[in-house]
Ligand binder design. Structure first.
Ligand SMILES: Nc1nc2c(ncn2[C@@H]2O[C@H](COP(=O)(O)OP(=O)(O)O)[C@@H](O)[C@H]2O)c(=O)[nH]1
Ligand SMILES: [Mg+2]
Length: 231
């Protein structure tokens, strides 16, 4: 008897979850059509809290000129990251999720008007710091980028495979700290490839600027690719 009630409850829970995901996917599809119609490249940056998403964007945004870039940044609380990024002179909207551990397509849609999308080449979404939940929610992006810092441990791709599997590019951040840590670079690279064979990987430091040129070139190439489809 108890087991039957338990199963029923679990079934209802799964149904609610399925409806929520379907609703998210519908909004994401609408967003993707809108971005495609305007030729805007959309990147969804995902990592654990503190991996260096905002620091990397602080180094990235100005250097992407003359490309026109905007940022949507998600956090559970505060406008702190938006305030940091606005200093780079690009339009930034903060999405405060008030407890939700990931961004959903509806949140992106309702904040889009705050960043001028008529005149945009690239929209960068900094997701809520979390390696698990954000990977399951489509935001209408072209590509997901996963960041993993040298301080997080080489095993993270194995422990959180979904995001490494779904992302196009892995950025190994805080490369400047590697000499000061027991960091096994080869093992991290091996673990990334084990989860996502052939995955593109760039090693960067927002502090020293190491690897930033390759990251900027990667973005520029993706923008060109996107705009060549937009005729
Ligand atoms: N040494 C070093 N520290 C970094 C680097 N990038 C970020 N940090 C530091 O890591 C902390 C978290 O960075 P932040 O950009 O806020 O991470 P986010 O939570 O992923 O947006 C801050 O104290 C940054 O100064 C880096 O390349 N090298
Ligand atoms: Mg941040």
């Amino acid at each position: 008897m108890c087991e039957t009630q338990g199963e029923g409850h679990q079934h209802r829970h799964l149904e609610v979850h399925r409806h929520a995901m379907e609703a998210n996917d519908q909004v994401a599809a609408r967003l993707r059509r809108g971005f495609a119609a305007r030729g805007i490249l959309v990147l969804n940056l995902i990592s654990a809290p503190g991996s260096g998403k905002t620091a990397l964007l602080e180094r990235t945004l100005e250097q992407l000129r003359p490309l026109r870039v905007s940022v949507l940044v998600g956090d559970v609380e505060t406008e702190r990251d938006a305030e940091r990024l606005r200093r780079c002179g690009v339009p930034v909207a903060q999405i405060v999720t008030a407890g939700t551990c990931h961004l959903e397509a509806g949140m992106v849609e309702s904040h889009l008007a705050e960043v001028d999308q008529r005149e945009l080449d690239v929209l960068i979404v900094e997701n809520v710091g979390n390696l698990v939940c954000p990977s399951g929610f489509d935001l209408g992006e072209d590509l997901k980028v996963v960041l993993v810092s040298t301080t997080e441990g080489e095993d993270k791709p194995l422990k959180y495979p979904a995001i490494f599997h779904r992302a196009e590019l892995a950025l190994v951040t805080k490369a400047d700290l590697a000499p000061h840590l027991d960091f096994d670079r080869e093992e991290l690279l091996r673990n990334i490839q084990a989860v996502h064979p052939g995955m593109e990987v760039l090693e960067v430091s927002a502090k020293t600027g190491l690897g930033l040129d390759l990251w900027l070139d990667w973005i520029r190439a993706k923008v060109e690719e996107k705009q060549s489809l937009h005729v």
